[in-house]
Design a binder for this molecule. Structure first.
Ligand SMILES: *Cc1c(COP(=O)(O)O)cnc(C)c1O
Length: 428
């Protein structure tokens, strides 16, 4: 018999925490079976795209300099496009993060005098400066591109009447953020997004709809591009990089939208033809291949965390049972001590830097101290086991990732161990 309890003990997990967590893990088996089915479907989708494109060994090496005739890069973009059911895609190490990908898509497709409309409320923090909601040098606002927003309804659904009323003659691009990010609202399902897109297109079929797909890829069997989005955009150090991409972003969508974005990514005239893949092709292909299963592991970790903490009386979003549309779990820990203990536990369980203690710090752009736990192979990668939260009431922690389910499980168990050790929680 495998003595799992003993190896957990050697990693600092007490018998009490082990029993409490193991019982919950056992109860989640059926639910995890459903997640595995989604992963299986998405895995086959990726493999089918790789077969159809005839990905070969030659695709795995890269180019330098201008990157002309980089067949691996061009083929990878076809693989993304086929998987996401779009006409074209850009998948590049030159796109340094999700925000950069989103900014490239926006600047490429908007012109002075146009209006950008967000129909899922306030977008992700870093986009405020891209758009110019917070004044910033080089923002869309500085180029005479105006911005409007329609908030989600209090129940978390789209305000379809409000959206219809907000679309005017200047509206050029509608943006939808799929994941809640670090807001307290529900993440949108692909089905909901499809209904909102249909609503937008019924008013003005020529309006471009872009979806910020960060943290959403491969969580469901369809993506927003399957339900009418003209562009989906995301980061390779989240789901689609599968933990192996060391940098990068993607934009997948219609040929026209992607081409306009490409002229912003490099410059007019050059577009997608320039841009070396350097040494990234192999990790981008392999990461995309791994992504459905890695995303499933992160999802299991999130569901496990929700169930562990919900039953101890902590508010969690999403709750332990509801259907999931992204990999982020928010847990309201209620005190700075509990928040710090949680993050210490996540750090202790990480494969890298397990011996360091995370401390709250004054991070640029935040109005309170922030604590972050991450012992990642790729700096800042949030498909890897990580947690962070601002040191202010109600002391929410945002937990995500785990390249493998056992590592995510150990992370959550260690976080609970830390809370128990400080008497911040009582096990039933
Ligand atoms: C992470 C994220 C971004 C920005 O991505 P970065 O890689 O951090 O720049 C944008 N939108 C959402 C919803 C995200 O989760």
């Amino acid at each position: 018999m495998i003595d799992t309890k003993a190896i957990y003990a050697s990693l600092g997990i007490s018998p009490e925490v082990y029993s409490y967590c193991e019982k919950i893990a056992e109860e989640l088996k059926e639910r995890f079976g459903k997640i595995d089915e989604t992963a299986e479907y998405n895995q086959l989708k990726v493999i089918r795209a790789m077969h159809e494109c005839k990905v070969s060994e030659a695709c795995l090496s890269g180019t330098t300099g201008y990157g002309y005739n980089d067949i691996g890069r061009d083929m990878l973009e076809e693989v993304y496009a086929k998987t996401f059911n779009t006409e074209a895609a850009l998948v590049r190490p030159l796109i340094s993060c999700g925000t950069h990908a989103l900014a490239t898509a926006l600047f490429g497709n908007l012109r002075p005098g146009d209006e950008l409309l967000s129909i899922a409320g306030k977008p992700y923090d870093t986009l405020e400066e891209v758009i110019g909601i917070r004044p910033s040098t080089g923002s869309l606002a500085e180029y005479g591109i105006t911005y409007r927003q329609v908030d989600l309804l209090p129940d978390g659904n789209f305000d379809l009447a409000g959206i219809r009323a907000a679309i005017g003659p200047k509206t050029k691009l509608v943006t939808i953020q799929r994941s809640k990010g670090y807001e307290v609202r529900r993440t949108l399902s692909v089905k909901q997004i499809g209904e909102a897109i249909a609503c937008v297109k019924s008013v003005r079929p020529d309006v471009i709809v872009m979806v910020d797909n960060c943290y959403g890829e491969f969580v469901e069997t369809i993506e927003p591009s399957d339900v009418g989005a003209d562009m989906i955009v995301g980061s390779l150090i989240k789901n689609p990089g599968g933990g192996l991409a060391p940098v990068g972003g993607y934009i997948a969508g219609t040929k026209a939208c992607v081409e306009r974005a490409s002229f912003r990514m490099t410059c007019p005239g050059l577009g997608a033809e320039v841009g070396p893949s350097l040494t990234m092709n192999q990790s981008f292909y392999q990461g995309f291949f791994m992504a459905p299963v890695v995303t499933a592991s992160a999802l299991k970790g999130a569901i496990f965390a929700a169930n562990i903490y919900e039953r101890l009386g902590f508010p969690v979003l999403p709750d332990g049972r509801e259907e999931r549309h992204d990999i982020i779990e928010a847990i309201t820990l209620g005190s700075p001590e509990a928040l710090c203990a949680f993050c210490r536990g996540i750090q202790k369980a990480a494969p890298v830097d397990s011996f360091v203690t995370p401390e709250p710090w004054d991070m640029p752009g935040y109005d309170s101290k922030v604590i972050m736990a991450a012992g990642a192979f790729v700096s800042g990668s949030s498909i890897e086991l990580s947690a962070d939260g601002p040191l202010k009431p109600p002391y929410n922690v945002y937990f995500q990732g785990g390249l493998t389910w056992p590592s995510a499980k150990l992370g959550i168990m260690t976080s609970l161990e830390e809370l128990c050790r400080e008497n911040l929680v009582k096990l039933p």
